[in-house]
Design a protein around this ligand. Sequence first.
Ligand code: 0RA
Length: 653
Amino acid sequence: MSENDDIPYGDYGANNIQALEGLEAVRKRPGMYIGSTDAKGLHHLVWEVVDNSIDEHLAGYCDRVDVFVHKDNSVTVKDNGRGIPTGMHDKLQKSALEVVMTVLHAGGKFDKDTYKVSGGLHGVGVSCVNALSSYLRAEVHREGKMFEQEYRQGKPVADVRLLGDSNLRGTTITFIPDDEIFAERVYDFDTLAKRLRELSYLNKGLTLSITDERDTNEETGEFRKVEFHSDGGLMEFVKFIDQSRTSIIDAPIHVTSKEDNVEVEVAMQYNTGYQENIYSYVNNINTREGGTHVAGFRRAVTRLFKQYGEDNGMFTRAKVNVSGEDFREGLTAIVSVKVPEPQFKGQTKGELGNSEVTGIVSRSLGDALKFFLEENPGQAKRIIDKVILAATARNAAERAREMVQRKTVLTGGGLPGKLSDCSSKDPSISELFLVEGDSAGGTAKQGRDRNFQAILPLRGKILNVEKAMEHRIYENEEIKNMFTALGVSIQDKDGERILNIDKLRYHKVVVMCDADVDGSHITTLILTFFFRYMRPLIEQGYIFIAAPPLYQVRKGKEFSYCWNDEERISAIEFYSKGKEDANVKVQRYKGLGEMNAEQLWETTMDPLSRTLRRITIDDALEADRIFSMLMGDDVPPRRQFIEENAKYAKIDV
Ligand code: 0RA
């Protein structure tokens, strides 16, 4: 097949593709290739195909990726890239398309032009998606022609077929996840949309859309659809994350550079809050544990701002000793690097290891900050003033923290008086229920199994942690109680605050609040607190939310509990045997207080019958945004958020 002169194909040839491994291995051990076969793995199939489309964008050939979720949860990913090559592969005597789709690691394009991702789960190839799909169809528009091939469980149904002429370019892949592999086969719109939005910021100029054909708007008859596109890239990403915060600089500081084949892009801004939010990416993949690129970022921030404050005598005048973390209070930043051969380290392979990247990022950002400070003395002063405030507050917090810990020692073991502890001293079976209000606390205390369940009532609304400065957190009675009851402490390690959970007394911490608006507000507050100050507990899966029932449907002595309207309706139907029956009574539980101890035990606390929802941070970024939106000063985005989500009624934090 001859190459079309109009289109720059690079020097790719069908022969570059090498056969490495069969797809049987993928079906036998799917987890090795896509991480897991739960909802996460299911979504990974989409990311694998989208990653290939994005590689086309990175290579300069693609500016649109459209994702469709069909009614049956099959998915189509359509791009306008070069199209998978369709020429004959000499050695294998097959079309390159068939080789790409059926031979593991046959991308063939990863050798030079684009960024390869080793260590992570990305980049395993579209052939993995094919292997794990009961059906897949690839349609390629390339060199003026249109081709297709279909597969079942990764095996071609027939040879590649020429369908006719085409003046388009690109690849369209439709697949049905195999029910022999995936137990969970329902795609989550929010999960897909969130990642596509992120990808639009990370790949400026690329348009990504998602259309959900399962969700039709009743008024317009149209499918639910969102489209993402960013020309400003990370600059806009930072603004998006900080949309409910107030910036203290005019516009985010933004830098892009390239050195030794490593591309660097950083955007950052300071807000009036106190949190440090640094998000980092390597080749579009979130590096949760940071790594050498983040080290380079921190180094530049500390070095340049410290130099500036010292040169202008600002720290001496304020009589404070600043430390690295003071330069990051109220800082929101995104550090994105593109590295040809990334090495990933750490438990979850979420940390970049390439040591050369530290210097590259530090130099690049250093130059940009130097320029910013020289050009913008007014904004520079606002930043340094904030750093000084942070240093002052840190000292106050250190003193307050010492007080909390001293008090712990003084009260001898020092468990809070309000805690009704369990008898077990084995954390792995012990549970702590954080209960809203003293009265519900009393019921829970009566209802619990005291062998392994402890109760800590929390009075009123705990301190709004988004707004409070750190030292005030440690002065708050309810928060102090939580620290001492849990047995965790905060330690200083080289100026970094580390949560010590070695003496954690419970491996299940269950937030139990009323099932009303107030209750959910308090739940969010408590979760915000864990998110900000005890994040390791969430990361290790120790935090849960209790699910008290919403209704009891009763007829005479028989009754059942219902957790939603659907269950209530079918319970009413069941007891009334389909007829009108005045003896069937529905009780709506507005609060935990309306249940007696026995009811609370059997519905909400008994491990045999309760449901607990484990809180995960599958996306720290989204959680953080929701927290600050719900809790921040800025009312309009909060209202808008609540309104937007009312329909889907799912605030997953
Ligand atoms: C192999 C080689 C080339 C591109 C692709 C595969 C490719 C795969 C996918 C999957 C979804 N969309 C895709 N687009 C392209 C390089 C092609 C060339 O050099 O012409």
